[in-house]
Design a protein around this ligand. Structure first.
Ligand SMILES: Nc1ncnc2c1ncn2[C@@H]1O[C@H](COP(=O)(O)OP(=O)(O)O)[C@@H](O)[C@H]1O
Ligand SMILES: [Mg+2]
Length: 260
């Protein structure tokens, strides 16, 4: 019966599909782009940060990352959703720090504080020579940064690819962590193969908003957890490593309030 219907009305199904796509698209737009977010995007465009949003690279509960074009170049635009989704998964220490920093518990303002944080952490890491996207600008819940990818295609996450030379990537990450902790004096706090992209044969660190100061009482525990995530991943790929040896390769680090 369905076949006959398709023969008689070949475009009917297509139109239905079109409508469904349109609905999905609209839902996505409504969820991300409330009025104030659209205003922020348009201001950033007026500032010359980018000319247009091209397509979503990733969308989740907490927000989305879009590819954008700026003349011949590409940018990545991260849009945080206004709501409490961002903060639900956040550990208490990070939320406390944010509330103090933003001196508010209002979600809208907290999201702005969170976006500012991602921007300033990226800048600190970038200036310390960590391989991460260079941040350009932010407004409200929208952050503009370097697009990590090749020929317009976004780089994959470490988690999703097969590495030719896992040892080299491991050793490179030791260097990135060393710069992060010793030069930028920050501990990422959510470092794992999910938050590392792989571009031109090298790891690129992303998703940095929850980073904490090296002086924070929980800095050592978080660094050990970050490193343990990598170690588990590299061990599966046959690299001989451990949390201790990774940290030893990073070198002596003073962490925590007394710099122990
Ligand atoms: N600068 C970037 N360039 C290219 N792709 C990016 C960039 N930043 C993020 N992405 C993509 O978007 C995904 C989500 O970004 P991320 O910062 O990890 O946010 P979250 O995990 O909070 O959703 C990443 O896994 C990656 O695929
Ligand atoms: Mg992430």
């Amino acid at each position: 019966m369905a076949d006959v219907e398709e023969q008689l009305f070949p475009r009917r199904k297509e139109r239905f599909e079109d409508r469904r796509h349109e609905q999905d698209h609209r839902k996505l737009l409504d969820e991300f782009f409330d009025h104030a977010t659209l205003v922020a995007i348009s201001r950033l465009m007026t500032q010359g940060q980018f000319d247009q949003l091209d397509y979503p690279i990733s969308t989740g509960k907490e927000g989305g990352v879009f590819r954008a074009s700026s003349g011949e170049n590409f940018r990545a635009v991260k849009v945080y959703r206004i709501g409490n989704a961002v903060f639900k998964r956040l550990p208490a220490y990070a939320l406390e720090a944010l509330k103090r920093e933003a001196s508010t518990s209002n979600y809208g303002r907290l999201v702005t504080g969170w976006t500012r944080r991602e921007h300033s952490v990226l800048l600190r890491l970038y200036e310390a020579g960590v391989r991460c996207p260079q941040p350009y600008g932010y407004l409200r819940n929208v952050l503009v940064m370097d697009f990590v990818g090749n020929e317009g295609l976004p780089a994959p996450r470490l988690q999703t690819i097969a590495l030719d030379d896992p040892q080299a990537v491991h050793d490179d990450l030791v260097i990135q962590v060393r710069r992060m902790v010793k030069k930028a004096r920050l501990v990422h706090g959510d470092l794992s193969p999910y938050n590392v992209l792989f571009c031109d044969g090298r790891p690129v660190v992303i998703d940095v908003a929850q980073s904490i100061e090296a002086e924070h009482p929980q800095a050592r525990a978080l660094l050990e957890r970050d490193v343990a995530n990598f170690v588990k991943y590299f061990q599966k790929l046959g690299v001989t490593t451990s949390t201790e040896s990774f940290l030893a390769a990073v070198g002596p680090i003073s962490l925590g309030p007394k710099g122990d």
